[in-house]
Each structure stands twice: as C-alpha cells, then as structure tokens.
Unconditional design. Sequence first.
Length: 115
Amino acid sequence: MNLLEVNNSIQNNLFLQETAQQLEKDFLMIGINFDIDTPVSDYKYLFSFTYHLVNALNEQNPKKVLNLLYRIDLSEEKVKEEMLKTELSFTEMLSEMIVNREIKKVLIKNYFSNS
C-alpha cells in the first residue's frame, strides 16, 4: 500500500474501526474498558470519546495514564515536548497524541501485512 492509498484510506475512514479496536485492546491491557459505540462514525467522535476517558482516568488514577503511554509506546519525553508547543489542555493534547499513535500503529500493521 503506497502513501497515496494510505492517505485516501484515512480520508475515507477505512482505518477508523481498526483504530477503535486498537484503542480498545490497549486500554483493556491496563484494565480500562473502552466501550465505544460501534460502528464509530468519524475520527472526531473517536477523539472525543478518548478525551473523556483519558480525562476521567487522569483524575482518578494518573498512574494508569502512564501505564497506557508505556503500553502504546508513547514516551513521556514526547508528551513533554508537545506540552511546550500546544495550546490545547493537557488532557486534550494527550488524547490527541494517543489516538494519533494508535492510528500510526494501525497504518504500520496494514502496510506490513500488505507488503
């Protein structure tokens, strides 16, 4: 799958369900249910759902957020770097970074499975 096909697939939301499944899998690995209504209609809804879950998790158990970051391979250094550059709230920025990382994982998986 070349970059143009990947870009078109993203624009057509073809990776949306796989991204939601990847989020569900990684949240479950830290003991948190990611019970999003399926099928997911768009990325905005996925970001919003993730934001509310990360916000609640950050308030109740910040260590689980760190476990999630480790689980999805998102370094604290990257988070700190992004905090210096963004105008978003911490939770908004973190939620965006989490979903973007999961999208990348899905794209990489699809690229190598179709090579």
